[in-house]
Design a binder for this molecule. Structure first.
Ligand code: HEC
Length: 124
């Protein structure tokens, strides 16, 4: 019956979209958790660069991820590279540690999206 086949296709499309949507949402939720766990001690729980490890005794402050002016200087690739390979890889301070051994590429890409949400900026 053609009608049945049509409904079957529609149901499949709906199911696939649901799966895709929920995996995107769970990546976003995981990114927020990862940020709070791995990044907040320096960058702060809200990303303002004021975590408990950011003290005046250090030569540079952790980036304020809510500052569009600062974060607009970086491309998405810059952000991904500095999370994966740390400050040294992008000629920034080695106080920014590398995370490529700790986090997957997908988790790092999701963190980049999270940081972009914090700055509400698109970068250059
Ligand atoms: C031990 C402290 C520390 C931790 C933990 C840390 N950062 Fe950083 N981060 C820094 C410092 C310090 C800088 C500033 C480096 C500079 O300007 O030279 C920085 C800079 C950055 C930058 C800007 C890099 C650039 O090229 O300007 C991004 C993006 C960033 N951090 C993301 C993260 C994310 C995401 C995490 C967690 C996965 C994280 N950081 C964890 C200290 C830290």
């Amino acid at each position: 019956m053609p009608n049945f086949r049509y409904r079957y296709i529609l149901a499949s499309i709906a199911a696939i979209s649901l799966i895709l949507l929920s995996s995107k949402a769970s990546f976003a939720a995981a990114a927020e958790e990862n940020y709070k766990f791995y990044c907040s001690q320096c960058h702060g729980l809200e990303g303002k660069g004021d975590g408990p490890n950011a003290t005046k005794s250090q030569p540079v402050d952790p980036r304020d991820h809510t500052s569009a002016a600062e974060m607009n200087k970086l491309t998405d690739e810059d952000i991904i590279n500095s999370i994966a390979d740390g400050g040294a890889a992008t000629s920034k301070s080695t106080l920014m540690p590398p995370f490529s051994e700790t986090l997957t590429r997908q988790e790092i890409a999701a963190l980049k999206d999270y940081v972009r949400k914090l700055c509400r900026c698109k970068g250059k």
